[in-house]
Design a binder for this molecule. Structure first.
Ligand code: CA
Length: 223
């Protein structure tokens, strides 16, 4: 079972309570309270999930989340103090997997952590299967080969890869890869997927990463 949970929370009592509950649920919590320590710790620990408070000393949760997403698809659950904040965060497309609002019951947090891990569940990490994505440069490398993706293809792959096993309709994919909400047809999405697959197949002939789900859309799964 996935075990290491990084808890980034600057209220020591709250962090301690969360750690207790997570430990009781069989996880291994690692706590830190300074936003500046979060990214280095994620790189070093490679946790199975990050519980990330929004308001942190040193560096806020938004920046931390963005930077983690530039190199890792680890599930991130963002914790906010205000429910109105969640809408704004969703609009920022940070790539967090879930949002929890304070005050919460530690039991609820554990349930959400479990659900997010289940969703990502049993999935081998893309990195460990040979796919790495560098968001700042828009580059995807598969088994050492640069896939040479267009900006749209990169966005498409990056978006799907952040939510392994989750099925997205063409409309949802469209909303995410065209931030200007430009209207494109379903066929356009299909054609981007086709080109992306062709490039991935050229680098890894026997592997299937992007799956079509009949009547529904697409999903990403590391082979
Ligand atoms: Ca805080």
């Amino acid at each position: 079972m996935p075990g290491n949970i990084l808890v980034v929370e600057d209220e020591p009592r709250l962090a301690a309570v969360l750690a207790d509950y997570l430990r009781q649920a069989g996880y291994e919590p690692h706590c830190l309270g300074d936003g500046r320590e979060a990214v280095p710790r994620v790189r070093e620990l490679a946790p199975d999930l990050v519980l990330l408070d929004l308001m942190l000393p040193g560096r806020d949760g938004i920046e931390v989340c963005k930077e983690i997403r530039s190199f890792s698809s680890v599930p991130i659950v963002m914790v906010t103090a205000r429910v109105e904040e969640i809408d704004r965060l969703l609009g920022l497309e940070l790539g967090a997997d879930d949002y929890i609002c304070k005050p919460f019951s530690p039991r609820e947090v554990v349930a959400r952590v479990k659900a997010v891990l289940r969703r990502a569940g049993g999935q081998p990490a893309a990195e460990s299967r040979g796919l790495t994505m560098d968001k700042s440069r828009g580059k995807a490398i598969l088994h050492g080969r640069d896939l040479d993706l267009t900006a749209v293809e990169f966005q498409l792959l990056h978006f799907l890869a952040q939510h392994p096993s989750r099925i997205f309709s063409r409309a949802q994919v469209m909303d995410h890869i065209y931030p200007d909400r430009r209207v494109v047809s379903d066929r356009t999405i299909d054609s981007h997927v086709k080109k992306l697959r062709r490039k991935m197949e050229a680098a890894a002939p026997s592997e299937e990463w992007i799956h079509s789900v009949y009547g529904a859309g697409y999903k990403f799964e590391a082979p």
